[in-house]
Design a protein around this ligand. Structure first.
Ligand code: MTE
Ligand code: HPA
Ligand code: MOS
Length: 822
């Protein structure tokens, strides 16, 4: 892998040692590798800690006639069983619309919905007992797909509509028309550390909750709402998560509430850590979408008009489906000027898990649709898809207003693509794939370049605020606390670097502590990729105030102006004065200078009218592009990513090593979404892919041998933290290039004249219904069916060896391993 480590040049004065813009290891890397990083389950347990497990619905939609919990109560180790009747406040943990019961009352709305809480002396005892509950149901008709919800007009929110120009007329008058449906699957967040909350009662009606969450403040609110308490009674803390990926933005609340409810009722510490299967059965995922589109274009492939209907699977409640749909609508343009466009968004209410945030938050779904449409347009007009994409790019000074009315002021997609085309040798390699395919009947190569433009800011304007607290102790060491959470993305590292830079000290002096609702109040979720933008600026504000106070103090000592004081590399200089930062802090303390400060930041320039879907929802855009080349076995559907080149705009990166890690991780995660990760519910609405045995995330083997990830040198035109750009989510769109390279390879079979009807995820297994029928008719487990299929390939068919691996891409079988307690 290509590691880019050269430092970026920053605004710092020439003599100053920059603490930002350089590659540094993650602040906890040494703890991660040594296994000594404390995750919530590693916190030493308090005496008397009990363990909770959830009893879940086995029906997709039903009225609860009666619940029998006697066997649960009688099971070994069980201390108590709680139901909705035990909730003293409100039975709701929904983030926006309050339609999210913590525990079901009367009606269950999906298979996996929590109905009761078992509290026992051990984790295992609680889990075993939870299976002993029996619920008598009266079934109600379930809605199990977004299309069915759409047909029934059943939505969790009112539909959203956005129109510009005259799409219908322009489609009709265009030289070519095309229409179709695009199926795009959902995705499980698959954080390595599952959901977990540990609650402990505190004196005088208080509660402390350690929670793996991206949103401690919302957890605080949810627990208060449930107990009928005030915010100041609850303290939520999160040192780090083993991944969140959006799955812990709102949906950590259910676990925080259940743990806190049990802790409150029993007046002892209670931990709730669902196992992976339960976690996947209970929590929401990335929304799957079905798009229905009509497009009109000219002979060059310019889109003249386009209409798209987006139907998402919201699940049984609203959760964040509204803002996710808004972001999908605001990313249907991706990098393209769409003069005449109509977008209609519907959040289908289904009797499945309530879908939620996942890296990109609807943006990837919206952009995927326009990329699919353009991929078709290119084949229709017989042009290279890159040329068609390029022909539709936003202009720099004209054709630069998005359908939602924001002018694109920082467009760098043209030069970014030029750089990638050159560095990836796209043109020559495209010719080479064509030449290869001409003589290879079974194995086909495909190549594609896709662009990314991703809007940065929460699309709910008031979430774009952050606070921080910086302490300089009188030995010159620094403790930083901010409202963001660490989930592996390196936020604490970046914030520490910003503070070190501001104070002119080395990173080793700075330590970032756990996120804690009692330190910084009213925080936003660490989400929308804004963690470093918001909290970096807030921490910079706090550090700057301390530096200014220290500068005044040092200037007085040295008899110079405060502006002449320099803080650099742990040394403070003013006139003749040279003093270490630690010494100055000590002296300032004795002189009674306040050595700590808070800091605050709000993102400027934002305005948004949600009813009209118009305004400036984004402070700026992040750009990127990737080129992927694949080899597809057109008999088995197996494929391999041969090479990927990604060029990504992180502005003036705060930490290139961390940002490259984010790009690599997002690339592989997005590739998994589009190729191997398949969520599959059976006819009763039960999610059957609820463990890694059946839900296939990428492994290290799926990384391409040649993986060139580089950052595009580009200072943010907006005054972001050190002119960097948010990097967490946008690169998730880069692996669109993998999907469209596969589609290119498949199209080779029809001499590039037919648009392959490829659904995402493009698993090598094909459609689950067909797969099931075949497996049944063979009476064999799916794994042996896979082996069968391998054997049935014609003798001597080239290339089974390059792709032949049993760990392969498809989920091997639907029930290869029965989870121990299910
Ligand atoms: N990287 C790691 N390692 N783990 C994560 O859970 N979440 C992603 C992204 N990168 C995630 C990650 C998501 S969904 C978001 S919104 C951002 O990180 C949040 O962090 P940031 O705003 O600090 O970039
Ligand atoms: N991203 C993540 N979470 C959010 C957003 C967003 O754009 N808007 C509201 N919550
Ligand atoms: Mo990220 S989906 O905004 O948590």
């Amino acid at each position: 892998m290509n590691k880019q480590t050269e430092p970026f040049l920053l605004d710092a004065t020439a003599e100053q040692v920059s603490q930002v813009g350089i590659s540094r290891p993650h602040e906890s890397a040494h703890l991660h590798v040594a296994g000594t990083a404390t995750y919530t389950d590693d916190i030493p347990e308090l005496a008397g800690t009990l363990h909770a497990a959830l009893g879940m619905s086995t029906r997709a939609h039903a009225r609860i006639k009666s619940i029998s919990l006697d066997k649960v109560r009688a099971a070994p180790g069980v201390v108590d069983v709680l139901t909705v009747d035990d909730i003293p406040g409100t039975n709701d943990c929904g983030p926006i619309i309050h339609d999210d019961p913590i525990l079901a009352r009367d009606v269950v709305q999906f298979i996996g919905q929590p109905v009761f809480i078992v509290v026992a002396t051990s984790h295992d005892a609680a889990r075993r007992a939870a299976r002993l509950g029996t619920i008598d149901y009266e079934d109600l008709p379930p809605v199990l797909s977004p299309q069915a919800a759409h047909e029934a007009g059943s939505y969790v929110l009112p539909p959203m509509h956005l129109t510009r120009g005259e799409p219908a007329a322009r489609i009709a008058s265009a030289a070519h028309q095309d229409s179709g449906k695009i199926h795009l699957g959902g995705q499980e967040q698959f954080y390595l550390e599952g959901q977990i909350s540990y609650a402990a009662p505190r004196e005088n009606d208080g509660m402390q909750v350690w929670c793996s969450t991206q949103h401690p403040t919302e957890m605080q609110h949810a627990v208060c709402h449930m107990l009928g308490w005030q915010a100041h009674q609850v303290l939520v803390e999160c040192r780090r998560m083993g991944g969140g990926f959006g799955g812990k933005e709102s949906q950590s609340a259910l676990f925080a509430c259940c743990a806190a409810l049990a802790a409150w009722k029993l007046m002892c510490p209670v931990k709730l850590r669902p196992d992976r299967d339960d976690d996947m059965m209970i929590t929401g995922k990335r929304h799957d979408f079905v798009f229905d589109y009509t497009v009109g274009h000219d002979d060059e492939g310019h889109i003249e008009g386009v209409k798209v209907e987006m139907v998402s699977r919201a699940g049984f409640s609203a959760d964040l489906s509204g803002p996710v749909m808004t972001r999908a609508i605001c990313h249907f343009d991706n990098a393209y000027w769409l003069p005449n466009v109509q977008i209609d968004g519907y959040c289908g209410k289904t009797n499945t898990q309530s879908n939620t945030a996942f890296r990109g938050f609807g943006g990837p779904q919206g952009a995927f649709a326009v990329e699919y449409i353009l991929d078709n347009v290119a084949r229709t007009v017989g042009k290279d898809s890159l040329d068609v994409r390029r022909a539709n790019f936003y202009g720099k000074t004209e054709h630069n207003v998005t359908p939602y009315g924001q002018t694109v002021e920082d467009n760098v997609i043209h030069e970014l693509i030029d750089e990638l085309v050159a560095s990836s040798e796209y043109r020559a390699r495209r010719e080479a794939t064509r030449a290869f395919n001409a003589t290879s009947p079974v194995l086909k190569k495909g190549i594609a370049i896709t662009p990314v433009k991703f809007g940065i800011s929460f699309n709910v304007a008031h979430f774009n605020q952050a606070g921080a607290l910086v302490h300089v102790y009188n030995d010159g060491s620094v403790l930083v606390n901010h409202g963001g959470t660490e989930m592996g993305q390196g936020l604490n590292t970046k914030v520490a670097m910003v503070v070190a830079h501001e104070l002119g000290i080395r990173m080793e002096r700075v330590r970032v502590t756990a996120t804690d609702t009692s330190k910084v109040a009213n925080t936003s979720a660490t989400a929308a990729s804004t963690g470093a933008d918001l909290n970096g600026k807030a921490a910079q504000d706090a550090a700057r105030q301390i530096r200014e106070r220290l500068a005044v103090f040092a200037a007085r000592k040295a008899g110079v102006e405060p502006s002449e004081v320099r803080f650099n590399d742990d040394l403070v200089s003013a006139g003749e004065l040279r003093v270490s930062f630690g010494e100055l802090a000590r002296e300032a303390y004795v002189a009674r200078v306040q050595l700590w400060s808070d800091g605050f930041y709000t993102t400027p320039k934002l305005h948004w009218d949600q009813s009209k879907l118009q305004g400036r929802p984004f402070y700026y855009f992040a750009y990127g592009a990737a080129c992927s080349e694949v080899l597809v076995d057109t008999l088995t559907g197996e494929w391999k990513l041969l090479r990927a080149d990604a060029l990504h705009d992180a502005g003036r990166s705060l930490n290139p090593a961390i940002d490259i890690g984010q790009v690599e991780g997002a690339f592989i995660q997005g590739m998994g979404w589009l190729t191997t990760e398949e969520l599959w519910w059976n006819k009763d609405g039960k999610l059957m892919t609820h463990a890694p045995s059946t839900y296939k995330i990428p492994t290290v083997n799926d990384c391409p041998e040649e993986f060139n990830v580089r950052l595009f040198q580009n200072r943010n035109v907006e005054d972001s933290i050190h002119r960097s750009k948010a990097v967490g989510e946008p690169p998730l769109l880069l692996p669109f290039s993998v999907f469209f390279a596969i589609r290119d390879a498949v199209a080779a079979v029809g001499d590039y004249r037919i648009n392959p009807p490829l659904k995402a995820p493009a698993t090598s297994e094909g459609d689950p219904g067909r797969r099931r029928r075949r497996a049944r008719s063979r009476g064999a487990a799916s794994l042996s069916w896979r082996n069968d299929r391998r054997k049935r390939a014609p003798a001597g068919a080239p290339g089974l060896s390059p792709l032949g691996r049993v760990d392969g891409h498809g989920a091997g079988g639907r029930s290869r391993r029965a989870p121990p307690l299910r």
